[in-house]
Design a protein around this ligand. Structure first.
Ligand code: ACO
Ligand code: ACO
Length: 150
Protein backbone atom coordinates (compact mmCIF):
# COMPACT_ATOMS: atom_id res chain seq x y z
CA UNK A 1 0.00 0.00 0.00
CA UNK A 2 1.24 3.49 -0.94
CA UNK A 3 0.10 6.84 0.39
CA UNK A 4 0.29 9.49 -2.34
CA UNK A 5 -0.86 13.04 -3.02
CA UNK A 6 -3.92 12.90 -5.28
CA UNK A 7 -3.01 14.34 -8.68
CA UNK A 8 -4.95 17.44 -9.75
CA UNK A 9 -6.68 15.57 -12.61
CA UNK A 10 -7.88 12.73 -10.30
CA UNK A 11 -11.32 12.78 -8.66
CA UNK A 12 -11.28 12.82 -4.83
CA UNK A 13 -12.95 9.69 -3.35
CA UNK A 14 -16.21 11.38 -2.26
CA UNK A 15 -17.72 8.14 -0.90
CA UNK A 16 -14.84 7.86 1.60
CA UNK A 17 -14.75 11.58 2.43
CA UNK A 18 -18.49 11.45 3.26
CA UNK A 19 -17.84 8.64 5.80
CA UNK A 20 -15.87 11.14 7.88
CA UNK A 21 -18.06 14.16 7.21
CA UNK A 22 -21.73 13.82 6.19
CA UNK A 23 -21.90 17.31 4.65
CA UNK A 24 -21.15 17.24 0.88
CA UNK A 25 -21.17 21.04 0.95
CA UNK A 26 -18.43 21.31 3.59
CA UNK A 27 -16.38 18.52 1.94
CA UNK A 28 -16.55 20.18 -1.51
CA UNK A 29 -15.50 23.46 0.03
CA UNK A 30 -12.38 22.23 1.85
CA UNK A 31 -11.12 19.84 -0.81
CA UNK A 32 -10.82 22.87 -3.12
CA UNK A 33 -8.51 24.59 -0.63
CA UNK A 34 -6.65 21.58 0.85
CA UNK A 35 -4.42 18.75 -0.30
CA UNK A 36 -5.91 15.29 -0.63
CA UNK A 37 -3.77 12.18 0.06
CA UNK A 38 -4.91 8.65 -0.70
CA UNK A 39 -3.85 5.18 0.42
CA UNK A 40 -3.75 3.01 -2.71
CA UNK A 41 -3.28 -0.73 -3.20
CA UNK A 42 -3.08 -1.74 -6.86
CA UNK A 43 -4.95 1.43 -7.97
CA UNK A 44 -7.74 0.77 -5.44
CA UNK A 45 -8.27 3.66 -2.99
CA UNK A 46 -8.50 2.24 0.56
CA UNK A 47 -8.23 5.46 2.54
CA UNK A 48 -7.99 9.23 2.32
CA UNK A 49 -7.04 12.30 4.32
CA UNK A 50 -7.19 16.01 3.61
CA UNK A 51 -4.65 18.53 4.93
CA UNK A 52 -5.83 22.14 5.07
CA UNK A 53 -3.67 25.13 6.09
CA UNK A 54 -5.70 27.11 8.64
CA UNK A 55 -3.47 29.68 10.35
CA UNK A 56 0.19 30.68 9.95
CA UNK A 57 2.37 27.56 10.48
CA UNK A 58 -0.72 25.46 11.31
CA UNK A 59 -2.36 22.73 9.28
CA UNK A 60 -5.39 20.57 10.05
CA UNK A 61 -6.41 17.05 9.10
CA UNK A 62 -9.97 18.08 8.20
CA UNK A 63 -11.03 14.66 6.93
CA UNK A 64 -9.71 11.12 7.33
CA UNK A 65 -11.45 7.91 6.33
CA UNK A 66 -10.78 4.27 5.53
CA UNK A 67 -13.00 2.08 3.35
CA UNK A 68 -15.35 0.20 5.71
CA UNK A 69 -14.16 -3.20 4.42
CA UNK A 70 -10.59 -2.31 5.40
CA UNK A 71 -11.10 -0.59 8.76
CA UNK A 72 -9.37 -1.95 11.87
CA UNK A 73 -6.31 -3.12 9.93
CA UNK A 74 -3.94 -0.26 10.76
CA UNK A 75 -4.57 1.86 7.66
CA UNK A 76 -6.05 4.78 9.64
CA UNK A 77 -2.99 4.87 11.91
CA UNK A 78 -0.68 4.85 8.85
CA UNK A 79 -2.66 7.76 7.35
CA UNK A 80 -2.51 9.82 10.57
CA UNK A 81 1.24 9.22 10.91
CA UNK A 82 1.73 10.07 7.21
CA UNK A 83 -0.18 13.33 7.70
CA UNK A 84 2.00 14.25 10.69
CA UNK A 85 5.21 13.52 8.73
CA UNK A 86 3.95 15.38 5.64
CA UNK A 87 3.03 18.45 7.72
CA UNK A 88 6.48 18.38 9.36
CA UNK A 89 8.24 18.13 5.98
CA UNK A 90 6.14 21.02 4.63
CA UNK A 91 7.48 23.17 7.48
CA UNK A 92 4.32 23.51 9.60
CA UNK A 93 4.84 23.89 13.37
CA UNK A 94 1.45 22.58 14.56
CA UNK A 95 -0.97 19.97 13.29
CA UNK A 96 -4.59 19.91 14.47
CA UNK A 97 -7.57 17.58 14.21
CA UNK A 98 -11.13 17.70 15.49
CA UNK A 99 -13.73 15.03 16.06
CA UNK A 100 -17.12 14.49 17.66
CA UNK A 101 -17.69 14.01 21.40
CA UNK A 102 -19.08 10.55 20.56
CA UNK A 103 -16.16 9.40 18.38
CA UNK A 104 -14.51 7.15 20.95
CA UNK A 105 -12.39 5.07 18.53
CA UNK A 106 -11.20 8.18 16.67
CA UNK A 107 -10.23 9.90 19.94
CA UNK A 108 -8.24 6.77 20.85
CA UNK A 109 -6.50 6.68 17.47
CA UNK A 110 -5.51 10.36 17.47
CA UNK A 111 -4.13 10.20 21.02
CA UNK A 112 -2.19 7.03 20.18
CA UNK A 113 -0.62 9.05 17.34
CA UNK A 114 0.51 11.81 19.71
CA UNK A 115 -2.37 14.32 19.62
CA UNK A 116 -3.40 16.03 22.85
CA UNK A 117 -6.79 17.56 23.57
CA UNK A 118 -6.77 21.35 23.54
CA UNK A 119 -10.36 22.63 23.73
CA UNK A 120 -14.00 21.89 22.99
CA UNK A 121 -15.88 23.66 20.21
CA UNK A 122 -19.26 23.44 21.92
CA UNK A 123 -22.35 22.91 19.73
CA UNK A 124 -20.19 22.74 16.56
CA UNK A 125 -22.30 19.92 15.07
CA UNK A 126 -25.54 21.74 15.90
CA UNK A 127 -24.34 24.94 14.24
CA UNK A 128 -22.87 23.37 11.09
CA UNK A 129 -25.07 20.36 10.28
CA UNK A 130 -28.78 20.49 9.43
CA UNK A 131 -29.64 16.95 10.58
CA UNK A 132 -28.81 15.53 14.03
CA UNK A 133 -26.02 12.89 13.89
CA UNK A 134 -25.84 9.89 16.25
CA UNK A 135 -22.86 7.64 16.95
CA UNK A 136 -22.14 5.04 19.67
CA UNK A 137 -25.60 5.71 21.08
CA UNK A 138 -24.91 9.43 21.58
CA UNK A 139 -25.78 12.59 19.69
CA UNK A 140 -22.74 14.30 18.18
CA UNK A 141 -22.92 17.83 19.56
CA UNK A 142 -19.47 19.15 20.49
CA UNK A 143 -16.18 18.97 18.60
CA UNK A 144 -13.14 17.86 20.58
CA UNK A 145 -10.11 19.77 19.29
CA UNK A 146 -6.69 18.09 19.43
CA UNK A 147 -3.24 19.23 18.34
CA UNK A 148 0.45 18.37 18.39
CA UNK A 149 3.64 20.35 17.91
CA UNK A 150 5.78 19.21 14.99
N1 ACO B 1 -10.36 2.13 22.53
C1 ACO B 1 -9.01 2.10 22.35
N2 ACO B 1 -8.40 2.10 21.13
C2 ACO B 1 -9.23 2.14 20.07
C3 ACO B 1 -10.63 2.16 20.16
C4 ACO B 1 -11.20 2.17 21.47
N3 ACO B 1 -12.52 2.19 21.66
N4 ACO B 1 -11.13 2.19 18.90
C5 ACO B 1 -10.10 2.21 18.05
N5 ACO B 1 -8.95 2.17 18.77
C6 ACO B 1 -7.59 2.15 18.28
C7 ACO B 1 -7.27 0.80 17.69
O1 ACO B 1 -6.96 -0.13 18.71
C8 ACO B 1 -6.07 1.17 16.83
O2 ACO B 1 -4.90 1.38 17.62
P1 ACO B 1 -3.76 0.22 17.76
O3 ACO B 1 -3.14 0.11 16.40
O4 ACO B 1 -2.85 0.79 18.79
O5 ACO B 1 -4.50 -1.02 18.20
C9 ACO B 1 -6.52 2.53 16.30
O6 ACO B 1 -7.40 3.09 17.27
C10 ACO B 1 -7.32 2.40 15.00
O7 ACO B 1 -6.43 1.96 14.10
P2 ACO B 1 -6.68 1.64 12.56
O8 ACO B 1 -7.01 0.20 12.32
O9 ACO B 1 -5.45 2.16 11.91
O10 ACO B 1 -7.94 2.50 12.16
P3 ACO B 1 -8.82 2.40 10.82
O11 ACO B 1 -8.00 1.92 9.67
O12 ACO B 1 -10.09 1.69 11.10
O13 ACO B 1 -9.14 3.95 10.57
C11 ACO B 1 -10.80 5.62 10.93
C12 ACO B 1 -9.73 4.74 11.57
C13 ACO B 1 -10.15 6.52 9.88
C14 ACO B 1 -11.42 6.52 12.03
C15 ACO B 1 -11.88 4.69 10.29
O14 ACO B 1 -12.47 3.90 11.28
C16 ACO B 1 -12.96 5.43 9.54
O15 ACO B 1 -12.81 5.71 8.35
N6 ACO B 1 -14.09 5.73 10.21
C17 ACO B 1 -15.22 6.41 9.57
C18 ACO B 1 -14.88 7.84 9.21
C19 ACO B 1 -14.44 8.65 10.43
O16 ACO B 1 -15.02 8.59 11.50
N7 ACO B 1 -13.37 9.47 10.25
C20 ACO B 1 -12.83 10.37 11.26
C21 ACO B 1 -13.74 11.56 11.46
S1 ACO B 1 -12.90 12.93 12.21
C22 ACO B 1 -12.07 13.66 10.93
O17 ACO B 1 -12.24 13.29 9.80
C23 ACO B 1 -11.10 14.76 11.21
N1 ACO C 1 -18.78 3.20 23.65
C1 ACO C 1 -20.08 3.52 23.84
N2 ACO C 1 -20.70 3.35 25.02
C2 ACO C 1 -19.98 2.86 26.03
C3 ACO C 1 -18.62 2.52 25.90
C4 ACO C 1 -18.03 2.70 24.64
N3 ACO C 1 -16.74 2.40 24.44
N4 ACO C 1 -18.19 2.04 27.11
C5 ACO C 1 -19.23 2.11 27.95
N5 ACO C 1 -20.29 2.60 27.32
C6 ACO C 1 -21.63 2.81 27.82
C7 ACO C 1 -22.37 1.50 27.95
O1 ACO C 1 -22.88 1.10 26.69
C8 ACO C 1 -23.46 1.92 28.92
O2 ACO C 1 -24.45 2.68 28.27
P1 ACO C 1 -25.86 2.04 27.76
O3 ACO C 1 -26.58 1.62 29.00
O4 ACO C 1 -26.53 3.18 27.02
O5 ACO C 1 -25.49 0.88 26.88
C9 ACO C 1 -22.69 2.84 29.85
O6 ACO C 1 -21.61 3.38 29.12
C10 ACO C 1 -22.05 2.06 31.02
O7 ACO C 1 -23.07 1.59 31.80
P2 ACO C 1 -22.99 0.71 33.11
O8 ACO C 1 -23.02 -0.77 32.80
O9 ACO C 1 -24.09 1.26 33.98
O10 ACO C 1 -21.54 1.05 33.74
P3 ACO C 1 -20.78 0.30 34.91
O11 ACO C 1 -21.74 -0.31 35.89
O12 ACO C 1 -19.75 -0.57 34.30
O13 ACO C 1 -20.08 1.52 35.66
C11 ACO C 1 -18.02 2.66 35.86
C12 ACO C 1 -19.23 2.40 34.97
C13 ACO C 1 -18.48 3.32 37.17
C14 ACO C 1 -17.14 3.65 35.09
C15 ACO C 1 -17.30 1.32 36.11
O14 ACO C 1 -16.88 0.75 34.90
C16 ACO C 1 -16.10 1.44 37.03
O15 ACO C 1 -16.21 1.37 38.27
N6 ACO C 1 -14.88 1.62 36.44
C17 ACO C 1 -13.66 1.71 37.23
C18 ACO C 1 -13.62 2.98 38.07
C19 ACO C 1 -13.75 4.21 37.20
O16 ACO C 1 -13.16 4.35 36.13
N7 ACO C 1 -14.56 5.17 37.70
C20 ACO C 1 -14.74 6.46 37.05
C21 ACO C 1 -13.52 7.35 37.23
S1 ACO C 1 -13.95 9.08 36.97
C22 ACO C 1 -14.72 9.50 38.42
O17 ACO C 1 -14.70 8.77 39.36
C23 ACO C 1 -15.35 10.85 38.52
Amino acid sequence: MNIVNLASHEQPPMDLLLLADPSPKLVEEYIQRGQCYVAKAEELILGVYVLLPTRPETVEIVNIAVDERHQGQGIGKKLVNHAIETARQLGYKTIEIGTGNSSIGQLALYQKCGFRMTWIDRDFFIRHYEEPIYENGMQVIDMVRLSQDL
